[in-house]
Design a protein around this ligand. Structure first.
Ligand code: NDP
Length: 282
C-alpha cells in the first residue's frame, strides 16, 4: 500500500508540475524528425504538420519519405522536405543536419527517434550487429546533437531524445537494443546536467516509452508477450508536447513510470514478473 501510494504521489506531482502545451508555439517552428518514414516518427511528422510547422524528415527509404512529406503538406505543414540518409554511416548524420539548417535557415526542434532493425531473440554472440546498432541508435544521435547544438542555442530550441523503458531497465531478447538505449540515457542524462549548469538556452527532453503499437514492435512481440500496447499517434503527440513545454522527461504510457520505480524498490518481484511475462521455452 505504501509503495502504491508513493507511486501515486510521485505521478501526481510530475503531472501537477507539467506546464500546459500551447500548439500555436509550433506554428512555423523549424523541426527535424529522424526515423520518420514509419511508426512514431511518421506520426510525429503528421502532428507537427497539423500544427503548421516547417519540417524536414529523414530515414533511409526515399519513396516512403516522399509519401509522408506529401501527406504532411496536405495536413497543413508550412514546409515539408525530406532527405534520405543512413545513420550507420559516418557522413549522413552531419549531412542531414546541414541540409536542414540550409533549407530551414535554422532549427528549433531536433527530434532524434530512429532505430535500426534488430532481432527480438536470445543473444547469440552477434558482435557485428551490436556494433552496427550502436552506430545507428547511439553514435548518430551524439553526432547530430553536437552538429545542431549551436543552432538550437541560437533559437532557444529543444533537443528531444526518444528512448525506452529498456533504457532504464533491462529486459530479455533485446540485449543490443537495450545497450543502445542505456547508452542514450547515460550520455544525454549527463548532457542534460551540463546544459542546465551552464544556463544553456537549449532544453533537452528524454522520452521513456513503453510498448507502442507500431508495426515493427508488434511484429516482434506478437505471441511472445501479452502486454497492452499504447497507440503510436498518442505517443508521438506526447513526445511533441514534452519538447514544446521543455520538460526534461516523459514517461509514456504512465505505467512505465511505475515500473521504473518498482525495479529499484522491489527488484525481486519486478524480475519475477519480467521473466514470467514471456512465452519462452529454452
Ligand atoms: P520503427 O521501426 O517503426 O521506425 C524506425 C525508423 O527508423 C524508420 O523510419 C526507419 O526507416 C528508420 N531507420 C531504420 N534504420 C535506419 C538507418 N540505418 N538510418 C536511418 N534511419 C533508419 O520504430 P518505432 O516507431 O517503433 O520506434 C521509434 C522510437 O521509439 C525508437 O527510438 C524506439 O526505440 C522508441 N520506442 C519504441 C517502442 C515501441 O514499442 N514501438 C517502445 C519504446 C521505445 P527506414 O527503414 O526507411 O530507414
Amino acid at each position: 500500500k505504501i509503495i502504491l501510494a508513493s507511486i501515486a504521489v510521485a505521478f501526481i506531482s510530475v503531472k501537477w508540475s507539467t506546464p500546459s502545451f500551447q500548439s500555436e508555439t509550433l506554428q512555423g517552428a523549424r523541426v527535424l524528425v529522424t526515423g520518420a518514414s514509419t511508426g512514431i516518427g511518421e506520426q510525429m511528422a503528421y502532428h507537427y504538420a497539423r500544427f503548421g510547422a516547417q519540417l524536414v524528415i529523414t530515414a533511409r527509404r526515399e519513396k516512403v519519405l516522399q509519401q509522408v512529406v506529401e501527406k504532411c503538406l496536405s495536413l497543413g505543414a508550412q514546409k515539408a522536405l525530406y532527405i534520405a540518409g543512413d545513420m550507420a554511416t559516418e557522413s549522413d548524420p552531419d549531412k542531414v543536419v546541414e541540409f536542414t539548417l540550409e533549407k530551414l535557415g535554422g532549427l528549433d526542434y531536433l527530434v532524434l527517434n530512429h532505430i535500426g532493425p534488430t532481432p527480438f531473440s536470445v543473444w547469440k554472440g552477434d558482435i557485428e550487429h551490436t556494433r552496427w546498432l550502436m552506430k545507428v541508435n547511439f553514435f548518430s544521435y551524439v553526432q547530430m546533437a553536437w552538429k545542431a547544438l549551436p543552432s538550437l542555442e541560437q533559437s532557444k530550441g529543444s533537443l528531444v531524445i526518444v528512448s525506452s523503458l529498456l533504457g532504464k531497465m533491462a529486459g530479455p531478447f533485446t540485449a543490443p537494443y537495450t545497450a543502445t538505449k542505456f547508452a542514450l540515457n547515460g550520455f544525454f542524462g549527463s548532457l542534460q546536467h551540463e546544459l542546465a549548469m551552464k544556463n544553456s538556452n537549449v532544453s533537452l527532453s528524454i522520452c521513456t516509452l513503453g510498448l507502442i503499437d507500431t508495426d515493427s514492435a508488434m511484429e516482434k512481440v506478437r505471441g511472445v508477450i501479452d502486454v497492452p500496447a499504447a497507440p503510436a499517434s498518442e505517443a508521438a503527440l506526447n513526445i511533441i508536447k514534452t519538447g514544446a513545454t521543455r520538460q526534461e522527461e516523459l514517461y509514456y504510457p504512465w505505467n512505465t513510470f511505475a515500473v521504473t520505480l518498482t525495479k529499484d524498490w522491489i527488484p525481486f518481484a519486478t524480475n519475477y514478473i519480467i521473466r514470467h511475462a514471456y512465452n519462452y521455452i529454452p
